[in-house]
Design a protein around this ligand. Structure first.
Ligand code: ZN
Length: 339
């Protein structure tokens, strides 16, 4: 009950990449960069273990961004000529690569960091991949002429990599789908079928992370327009509940998502976000335990894990790890109270 985990990314050491930002440029090159990614992965594991996190991740130390990290080893993508595109229904502009031909994996994408992580922790290991809908919303299509067709092409590649990650010994493969609360109708029509294609045949635990984004300004401004109650999840949770995906990760701490909506996720494990990644204020164990207790009034406690609201990549490192320690202490407190 109340096992702890992270949504995915963790801040990188400042010797590896420029700190406190998304898409941070690397500070190393060539063999030094490869060695640095490995070292940072080991540090991230050690910090999570010391903080008391049960299901740890590689912290996404080896990729620059959660979507484009996956795209770098795919044939059919032009990375050299990025174009500006409005993403997440034009919430913000990003420079994105272009799909220019049939998509095919050139080889493994994340073998190096997944295997390094697996070799250095005995805890359960989670590994994240971007979901097909979110990828399709973060790249320009110059080849398929059909967003859905392109998303399913990406889903097949994700499935190849996910099966390989499972063979590497990864315990949980999580697909990140922040686009799910932007395109609610499409989620049911093709977003979930594409996600199921990406997870097809996996025997390890499968998860989807949906969220309202990192604590960057564009997201904070967007959230301010969503009103007092965020009910986007109400439209998509029943469809997710019917899907084959086993776990759902979502933000709850300082969120305007009515907590009772998690009751719509019948049969799923809920990774309840109890740590706000948009604030530098470190939660108290008491605050974490309160989120756990609120969630447990709508979902059996045995199906709840405590998690961060979203990735912590753009945060200060000391703050991020202090928050993870608070998460584990809060989980212990919640277990005492509820068992
Ligand atoms: Zn997120």
């Amino acid at each position: 009950m109340f096992k702890t985990t992270v949504a995915g990314s963790l801040p990188k050491p400042s010797w590896l990449a420029e700190p406190d930002k998304l898409w941070a440029p690397w500070r190393l090159q060539g063999a030094d960069l490869q060695a640095g990614k490995r070292d940072a992965t080991l540090l991230a594991l050690k910090e999570q273990e010391d903080a008391g996190i049960d299901i740890v991740s590689d912290g996404e130390q080896a990729r620059q961004h959660f979507v484009h990290g996956f795209l770098e080893n795919i044939e059919g993508i032009d990375f050299a000529n990025k174009v500006e595109m409005g993403i997440r229904a034009d919430r913000y502009k990003a420079m994105v690569p272009q799909v220019v031909g049939p998509l095919r994996l050139k080889g493994r994408v994340h073998a190096f960091e997944a295997q390094a992580a697996r070799a250095h922790t005995t805890r359960k290991l989670k590994f994240t991949l971007p979901g097909p809908m979110t990828i399709s919303d973060t790249i320009a299509d110059r080849h398929y002429g059909d967003k859905v067709k392109m998303a399913f092409a990406f889903a097949d590649l994700l499935n190849q990599e996910a099966r390989a990650l499972q063979a590497d010994g990864v315990d949980v493969v999580q697909f990140d789908e922040p686009a799910f609360n932007v395109f609610m109708d499409e989620v049911t029509e093709w977003g979930i079928p594409a996600l199921e294609r990406a997870a097809a045949g996996l025997k390890c635990t499968t998860a989807v992370h949906i969220c309202y984004g990192y604590g960057i300004k564009a997201n904070v401004d967007w959230k301010a327009t969503l009103g007092n109650e965020w009910r986007q999840y109400e439209k998509i949770f029943p469809a997710i509940a019917r899907s084959s995906i086993q776990q759902v990760s979502l933000e709850c701490r300082n969120s305007k998502v009515p907590i009772e909506l998690i009751g719509l996720l019948e049969g799923k494990d809920i990774l309840v976000g109890a740590i706000d990644v948009a604030s530098d204020t470190i939660e108290t164990p008491e605050e974490v335990a309160e989120v756990a207790a609120a969630a447990a009034t709508h979902v059996p406690a045995a199906r709840i894990q405590l998690c961060t609201n979203c990735g912590m990549a753009p945060m200060r490192r000391d703050i991020a790890y202090a928050k993870l320690a608070a998460l584990a202490k809060g989980a212990a407190l919640a277990r005492q109270r509820i068992s």
